[in-house]
Design a protein around this ligand. Sequence first.
Ligand SMILES: NC(=O)c1ccc[n+]([C@@H]2O[C@H](COP(=O)([O-])OP(=O)(O)OC[C@H]3O[C@@H](n4cnc5c(N)ncnc54)[C@H](OP(=O)(O)O)[C@@H]3O)[C@@H](O)[C@H]2O)c1
Length: 255
Amino acid sequence: MQRLFPAFLAEPTDEQLLKDYAPPAGNHPFVRFNFVASIDGAATHGGLSGELGSPADKRVFSLLRRLADVILVGAGTIRAEGYEGELLDAADRAWRLRSGMPERPVLAIVSGRLDLDPDSELFTRNPGEILILTSATPDPVRAAALAQVAEVLRGPVPGTGESTAVDPRWIRTVLADRGHRMIHSEGGPRLLGAFQEADSIDSLCLTVAPLVAGGSAGRISSGLDGSPLRPLGLQLLCEEGGNLLAEYRRIPTNQ
Ligand SMILES: NC(=O)c1ccc[n+]([C@@H]2O[C@H](COP(=O)([O-])OP(=O)(O)OC[C@H]3O[C@@H](n4cnc5c(N)ncnc54)[C@H](OP(=O)(O)O)[C@@H]3O)[C@@H](O)[C@H]2O)c1
């Protein structure tokens, strides 16, 4: 791998990349999304993102998990990709413990409909803490069943809009109130779309894989048309094997 921006560096070590991806100093919550896409913008191939991955993308994916207080994921991605079992390997968990962090980040799942099976391996094989962030008025039967296997947190009653929608601003606040600062989201597109609409993205990491996917796969973001453009500034750019690994961050308001 080579770092191209902000300054060239051949073969950055993991420790260097962890420094590059570290959130800024301070106590405010920092919300990061991480995605991979093909050159022509497909977020999936065959319904999953795995075929777009590469060793470089997987390396950064794991390093970003190391830094996370919370891994935040939409229920659609959970249903498509799994998320059962250990989410970090032993070396990553050991690094966290050495760094004074809890061994595992919390897994926080966003779901309005609560269409998640409490008997699935997501809950029976995941050794870490699982939070489910849902709307103010979820299906009571599903909420009660999931409360047996995870902590279910209900959002505030919305003033307007979809009753099953979970407000990203509440997600930020409720996680920050629990002492979680680095909120690391692995998507998916609808969750990113909601955070885009709410102007609640601090960092967006995107690997552009050197692949042309064609087909009708969706983009990394899916939301309402008409939402304002949200400018972000380039923070970091690395390259390996034709993969471009970029991080964009919120531009400070005083610039
Ligand atoms: N290329 C990549 O890097 C990448 C990353 C992640 C996922 N993906 C792919 O994306 C696909 C899934 O797309 P998706 O858009 O369905 O993913 P998603 O955003 O993870 O899931 C959408 C679902 O999450 C819940 N959700 C998200 N935001 C919500 C909000 N603000 N309020 C209430 N509920 C919310 C809802 O669940 P309920 O239906 O339970 O209410 C909604 O149906 C999969 O094929 C996956 O492989 C690709």
